[in-house]
Design a protein. Sequence first.
Length: 135
Amino acid sequence: MGSGGHCARGRAWLTGWDALTRLNRSVGQVMISHTMSDLLALPAEDDRMKARGFVERSGMVICGGLPASEMPLLTAAIPLTRQEQQKLISWQDPPVWDSRGGDVEPPGRGKFRLVPDRESPDLDPRIRRGPADQR
């Protein structure tokens, strides 16, 4: 099947999820994307706006480390202060080099920024790796 079939199925999927996010007010749902760029990579402008609407309508957005290039896209959908943006950018940096050969954690490992609706307090949880994850 040619790419036209894939595009039509993708559009139907997106339209269905758009309707669900507009109507579903009683059941929690999780939608995951690596970056806003992923959502905005859709070929049609109206589809990109639907995808951005998923983020705009979210009651909570969870962000890990992100490159500076993502900030204009992210802040177009949700408000973040310059300080919040800098924190997310700093978390995506690689770990510092340890001349002793030790295992240095990347600065953003396990760190996430929970961006709730503006009526709720912001949260910065730190996720710790368990013993099974240490191996």
